[in-house]
Design a protein around this ligand. Structure first.
Ligand SMILES: Nc1ncnc2c1ncn2[C@@H]1O[C@H](COP(=O)(O)OP(=O)(O)OP(=O)(O)O)[C@@H](O)[C@H]1O
Length: 219
């Protein structure tokens, strides 16, 4: 479902963010990305979402070659992706419910249907009771769970989460990981970058990056 073959990504200014990375993530897998700051975790996720293009090598997502994808094809690719990135903040002048409805309204789903699905998604992350609240009234962990609900309402096949629990306390982080694991159990392929040692220790698959290079995976 996701395949990197000899992928190198250089940013202007001569930074090599990824070096000759080859990996495969199968449908339904839950994969964590680990590595020190600057190791290339965000870059790897951005390549999958076509937010960046490989300098060399090939990235394939659901059969789509990201390096050859025309900009008109990007929305079609993203329809299958649930993105939880730090820069995608919630709109603070709208309710929690309105934030979660947004991606469905954009695709033209009728309002009543969008609302039903948004409520169901908020229920799954344990926040249905906060539907009419402003995101500003929520804790950081709750806001992150709203972001997860927003990322999954269009029923993506793949969730990409970039350090979804950065700056959260243990209890909030656990709830965020629980929500992500639940979606994985329901069949969604998940790639999650994290520094959370507790989660990494108990993970079935961890991809370690160091200075842009893949370290051998533990068997
Ligand atoms: N848009 C960009 N332009 C230039 N250099 C970039 C850009 N984005 C990332 N880099 C550089 O590429 C390298 C890898 O960055 P990346 O954000 O992928 O690492 P990371 O492992 O996600 O780090 P962190 O844990 O701090 O988020 C770093 O040296 C970074 O400074």
């Amino acid at each position: 479902m996701i395949e990197f073959v000899n992928v190198t990504k250089q940013y202007s200014g001569d930074t090599t963010a990824l070096r000759d990375v080859t990996l495969t993530v199968a449908k339904g897998e839950l994969v964590y990305l680990a590595g020190p700051s600057g190791a290339g975790k965000s870059t790897l996720l951005k390549l999958i979402a076509a937010m960046e293009r490989p300098t060399s090598g090939q990235v394939t997502v659901n059969g789509t070659d990201i390096g050859r994808l025309k900009s008109a094809g990007v929305p079609f690719l993203r329809r299958n992706l649930g993105l939880i990135f730090q820069q995608q903040r919630l709109l603070t002048d709208r309710s929690v419910l309105a934030n979660v409805m947004m991606p469905m309204l954009v695709t033209g789903l009728p309002r009543s249907q969008a609302e039903d699905r948004a409520r169901a998604a908020l229920d799954k992350v344990g926040l249905l009771s906060r539907a009419v609240a402003s995101p500003l009234a929520l804790s950081g962990g709750e806001q992150q769970r709203v972001s997860i609900a927003r990322a999954i309402v269009n029923r993506p096949q793949i969730i990409l989460a970039d350090e979804p629990t950065a700056n959260l306390d243990r209890a909030s982080a656990n709830k965020v990981f629980d929500a992500l694991r639940a979606f994985n159990k329901a069949g969604v392929t998940c790639l999650i970058s994290t520094h959370d040692e507790l989660v990494l220790d108990s993970a079935s698959r961890v991809i370690h990056l160091k200075q842009g290079a893949l370290l051998a995976e533990a068997a």
